[in-house]
Design a protein around this ligand. Sequence first.
Ligand code: HEM
Length: 140
Amino acid sequence: MKTAPPPHIHILKSRTEICTEAEVARLVHTFYAAAREDAMLGPVFGREVQDWDEHLATLVDFWSGLLRGTMRYHGKPLAQHAQMEHLTPCMFRRWLTLFFATTESLGNPALQEKADAIALRIAERLWKSFAESHLPGQPA
Ligand code: HEM
């Protein structure tokens, strides 16, 4: 008699397979195309990013790790954003608005829900760490 696999197998499967690698690449490329065109964020990326191919490849690894558990990203985004000049809470809100619009446009609700929640959590952490190094003594 065939027995069903234990329930945790389904949990693990759905955890690693909410989206494909191609969807991760689409998310990253669509989002950064919009960010580069954006009046508020475009100049920041224009100033900071020297090599777009490398940046996009890094970000695909980052999001693939978070959404698909591929563990390919080993960078230090907190330190990197803390070093940037002139970031504001408004820019983080704009970043999130563009990101949420991008995830919605992909038509994969599981990806959308997970990616949005992660982005929000990380944006809050990045802002706190930026504010601690640039605005010491002020509430973040
Ligand atoms: C105001 C909002 C943000 C701005 C203006 C911004 C801008 C940038 C810039 C200019 C870089 C550097 C690229 C380079 O040197 O090649 C970068 C790297 C990166 N950003 Fe952001 N970012 C923002 C928010 C976020 C958020 C919310 C996340 C995550 C959810 C994120 C994830 C990353 C990662 C993973 C890297 C790569 C770091 C590495 O090279 O290891 N960023 N960002």
